[in-house]
Design a binder for this molecule. Sequence first.
Ligand code: FES
Length: 235
Amino acid sequence: MTLNVEIKRYNPEKDDAPHWESYEVPADPLDSALALLLHVKWHIDGTLSLRKSCAHGVCGSDAMQINGENKLACSVLVQDLVDNDGATVKFAPLPAAPVIKDLVIDQSRFFEKYREVKPWLINDNPAPEKERKQSPAEHEIIEEATKCIMCGACTHACPSTWASPDYLGPAAMLKAYRYTFDTRDDGEGERLDTVDSENGLWKCYTIFNCNEACPKDIDITRWLSALKRRSAVTA
Ligand code: FES
């Protein structure tokens, strides 16, 4: 089939504002959406800018808006987007972030928020000779949250992020959950101080956009609700 691929293009050195450009791209239903973009870049217009690395849903670098939904371009198939010859597939950068060029957003703010929740194990006790142990049952509490690949699809799908750029967002707060509920961690107090704040947990209105956007099917809203309960109990 041949698809009409529309890409929101923006080159700050030349353009006053982003604009849509269309390309005719040959495609197989089993191609990834990323393959469509790479065809444009390699065969039609080498100036197209996008991020990608692993192409297997691991690195999280190619999160973008595809037909209006935040997805990893490498992890969605053409057949899941369109079913007829000549159909249109639209690509745009993730919303609510400054665009550096074309599909590449500036992630500085996203990672600043991530660092704010101290996404590392806080434990000042001397490390045991081998490792800080955790039972399978203890690990299960945080296991799903450890699957986050920090692609940003969730945070940039959240209306609270769109309305309040300083909102910590689901990705950072999921990381706060992951360490706060880690039985080896002693940083609960300082982490809860960060998330139990004006731009933290209570701006999550359980809209579930984050769950729908997550390419790893993490039940983010559930874990943020657990963090809210922990925060309310310890306040
Ligand atoms: Fe790594 Fe898509 S390129 S997740």
